[in-house]
Design a protein around this ligand. Sequence first.
Ligand SMILES: [Ca+2]
Length: 257
Amino acid sequence: MKVSIPGGGGSVTGNGGIDCPSGCTAPYAAGTQVTLTAHINGGDFDGWSGVPGCSGGLTCTVTMDKSYDVTAQFTEQVTVTVNGNGSVSADGGSFCNGGQCSREYNAGTQVTLTAAAASGSAFSGWSGDCTGTGACTVTLNQPRNVTATFAQQDQPPTAKLTWSYYKNNPAGNGYDPVDALLDASGSSDTDSTPIRDYSFDFGDGSPRTTPQADPRVTHTYHNDGTKKYATYYATVYVTDTAGKTSSAQVSITVICC
Ligand SMILES: [Ca+2]
């Protein structure tokens, strides 16, 4: 009697000395009845081959009327967990688009898992039975658990700019000079790279401010008298800690004289 366990995934014992994988062959006198028992290790049992009358049960009884080559096929499960926005394919086919997914294979099968990030996300890497960020190949000689983690990619801030008078204008609102408070405090950036600083271009030829943490700045606008209405476009540049910038603009009109 010879027992084979292709790919592992369990063991087989039997009366008369069979204890596979350590002892997979044993001699028997003709006519002996041998009962083989499959012992699962984590996965499942697919079945016996080589003995007429034995199929998927965990035990197989053979009467030794000749030599027997018995194969015990176990299965093992691979479980994939997807953290974040992305998917994992197995050997090129769809496998897991989120949450947790499991699949069973014949023990010993090699499965190659590939991660794909969704738009706006990036693949951070594998954990569990794989590491790194490349393809993940697992050999199913035992149950395998793999987690694919996807992180939201850095997004630029959302810039917002408003303006108001920061002191009463004696000439009346809109008339030269306009003492403007430019306020970008409504800007936002809620990802892992928040807003770092603000820089203002007043739009009247004066130099752009150096980046500052304060989202607000004051500036006095004038009308040089060449036309009744002088309109300026003030711009704020909002930059996050990853260096991504976005901008917003307001217009400020100064009435002459
Ligand atoms: Ca950001």
